[in-house]
Design a protein around this ligand. Structure first.
Ligand SMILES: *Cc1c(COP(=O)(O)O)cnc(C)c1O
Length: 383
């Protein structure tokens, strides 16, 4: 499997024709239960909360994309994060990046503080991080790289090695890069998390999450909690993601090609104060991005000249870019984090992180890049 290239894996792993009928596309096993020939004698499937053949195919394919031994898919990205929290012994310490997805921040600051202890720190400076890890002695380190929405990049290999040295596990939320552009397990991380809702499914029609890892011990724990708590993904949604996954490589190439073009356009624009995109030389961690990522992805953040009024006018005048939360779909989306995705973070905390009222986030789709630029230009003209 390791010899197969990414483009081949997404088509063929978990994509074998149906052995019973020869159907080239896998059937959707829309069933809750399975017949047993004698009590306790079955074909490995008893009940769909625990196992389902459509889900198994998706998990096999996803594991291959991250060069992982195991994969579990869940009903949402946050359900996957929740399983990790339950897997840890009560009272664990989690050292978490300070610019993580808003929902992750809410989960860790509002739901789990009764069970675990959390500290949010800057993970982009390895030296400062080393002091934090030595002082806090975490059970688990939680990284999101690049972060949302500021696209700050953390050194996965260096931080995973430090965590290992101090006996902590490392989780990397790899949603923004997708397995096509970044493989954290290959760089020493213990668990990779994806919101499949985004690039992996890519068609904005499913909410789902995935965890990939190599440890059998983690597999046993995650399976226990997945089955005991029940946030499994439905057979139909698993099938849709399996279908979306087949085009991940071609989609990511187009997302990136468009994003490079748009980032360069924005950087030249008179009404733009600053552009953040890992593929730009102006990105403070452009070199690290080139080292640990195979591409720069489809997410761009920029600061418009002005404030909330200018932002509002811009957002009301884009047409191809739909004003919506979420990201990673074939269609382009635009988001205003301060009002939309990151509203759950208090204003002072938000601004402390650099999420100001003039920050706009683009999820660049796979449409024609010049059409997208024309759409942005129309909106800028109205500001
Ligand atoms: C969307 C997202 C999540 C949460 O996933 P859901 O599928 O919405 O539950 C986690 N991390 C990142 C980076 C995300 O963008």
């Amino acid at each position: 499997m390791k010899e197969m290239k990414f483009e081949t894996k997404v088509i063929h792993v978990g994509g074998e024709p149906d052995p019973v009928t020869g159907a080239i596309m896998p059937p959707i096993f829309q069933t809750s239960t399975y017949v047993q020939s004698s009590p306790g004698e079955h074909k490995g499937y008893e009940y769909t909360r625990s196992h389902n053949p459509t889900r198994t195919r998706l998990q096999e394919c996803l594991a291959a994309t991250e060069n992982a031994k195991h994969c579990f898919v869940t009903a949402s990205g946050l359900a996957a994060s929740t399983l990790i929290m339950h897997m840890l012994p009560k009272g664990s310490k989690i050292l978490c990046g300070d610019d993580v997805y808003g929902g992750t921040y809410r989960l860790f600051s509002k739901v789990f503080p009764e069970i675990h202890q959390f500290k949010f720190v800057d993970t982009t400076n390895v030296t400062a991080f080393e002091a934090e890890i030595a002082a806090f002695k975490p059970t688990l380190v939680w990284l999101e790289t690049p972060t949302n929405p500021l696209l700050k990049i953390s050194d996965i290999a260096a931080i995973s090695a430090l965590a290992k040295k101090h006996g902590a596990l490392t989780v990397v939320d790899n949603t923004f890069m997708s397995p096509y552009f970044q493989n954290p397990l290959d760089q020493g991380a213990d668990i990779v998390l994806h919101s499949m809702t985004k690039f992996i499914n890519g068609h904005s029609d499913v909410v789902g999450g995935a965890l990939m890892f190599n440890s059998d011990e983690i597999r046993d724990k995650i399976f226990f909690y997945q089955n005991a708590i029940g946030p499994c993904q439905s057979p139909f949604d698993s099938w849709l993601v399996l279908r979306g996954l087949k085009t991940l490589a071609v989609r990511m190439k187009q997302h990136e090609q468009n994003a490079l073009k748009i980032a360069a356009y924005l950087e030249r624009h008179a009404k733009v104060d600053r552009v953040v995109y890992p593929g730009l030389k102006s990105h403070p961690q452009h070199e690290l991005a080139k080292k640990q990522m195979k591409g720069f992805g489809g997410m761009i953040t920029f600061f418009l000249k002005g404030g909330i009024e200018e932002s509002r006018r811009f957002l009301e005048n884009v047409h191809l870019f739909a004003l919506a939360e979420s990201l990673g779909g074939v269609e382009s989306l635009v988001d205003h984090p301060a009002i939309m995705t990151h509203a759950s973070i208090p204003k002072e905390v938000r601004e402390g992180l650099g999420i100001y009222d003039n920050l706009i986030r683009l999820s660049v789709g796979i449409e024609d890049g010049d059409d997208l630029i024309r759409d942005l230009e129309t909106a800028f003209a109205k500001v």
